[in-house]
Design a protein around this ligand. Structure first.
Ligand code: SAH
Length: 232
């Protein structure tokens, strides 16, 4: 947790409002609850020290400072627009229970926590999970961070109204389908990391059928695990 003077904090508020207008509203994000959530969450608190000046830039940022032990190397905090697009597509309501797969920095989990009743977030890299849990707690976000393979879901808190994944898998993990509530939404990238990927929305109807919508081409790190890609 870093501490800032009052004036510095208001500079971030200005940057955040600009991010919402120029990166989100301008590109068609229309859900007011998502826009409000993104204008509240202090993204600069979730990035490594070296990335703070770019916290509100229109791109993904590295999760490691590049001088750690390398375990989080290559992982990124998603571009603000992508976070907004995924959470808008997940149509998260104030009573909803959400499973966030790939905690990373914890930023997307914090935005989800602004929208939902309960957020469970799973991260496979223990160091990232520990750091994210500490950041979320320091900022007062009640997110339950779990270390493990998110492709198995988290049956203890199922069923979920929404499952949102920030890593790209070969296909929809069957555990997520099993743990999805009727009417629930799964938003995940599908495809190979470094190759063709699409952002998919799977929606469960009242009779249990799944309907897929394609939101277009994206670029994510791999979803590694039982229901994802094998470890490199
Ligand atoms: N939502 C994050 C972005 C994280 S990037 C944020 O806002 O910062 C994707 C993350 O998914 C990485 O941290 C990676 O370690 C994690 N990941 C990959 N496969 C996973 C799996 N099977 N279960 C849980 N996390 C996984």
């Amino acid at each position: 947790m870093r501490w800032f003077t009052r004036s510095t904090n208001s500079e971030y508020l200005t940057e955040r409002r600009r991010m919402v207008e120029h990166q989100l509203v301008a590109r068609g994000i229309a859900d007011q609850r998502v826009l409000d959530a993104m204008s509240r969450v202090p993204r600069h608190e979730f990035v490594p020290e070296s990335q703070v000046p770019y916290a509100y830039a229109d791109r993904p940022l590295p999760l490691g400072d590049g001088h750690g032990d390398g375990r989080s190397d290559g992982q990124t905090i998603s571009q603000p627009y992508i976070v907004a697009q995924m959470l808008e597509a997940a149509r998260i309501g104030p009573e909803d229970r959400v499973l966030d797969v790939g905690t990373g920095s914890g930023y997307a989990a914090a935005v989800a926590a602004e929208l939902a009743h309960r957020v469970i977030s799973i991260e496979r890299i223990p160091d990232l999970a520990v750091t994210a849990a500490a950041t979320l707690e320091a900022l007062g976000y009640r997110v339950e961070v779990i270390t493990g393979d998110g492709t198995r879901g988290w049956p203890d808190a199922a069923p979920y109204d929404a499952i949102v994944a920030a890593a790209t898998g070969p296909s929809l993990p069957s555990a997520w389908v099993d743990q999805l509530a009727p009417g629930g939404r799964i938003v995940m990238p599908v495809g190979r990391s470094g190759g063709a990927q699409r952002l998919a929305v799977f929606e469960r109807d009242a009779t249990g059928g799944l309907h897929e919508t394609n939101l277009g081409a994206v670029s994510f790190v791999p979803l590694v695990g039982d229901g994802g890609w094998p470890e490199a």
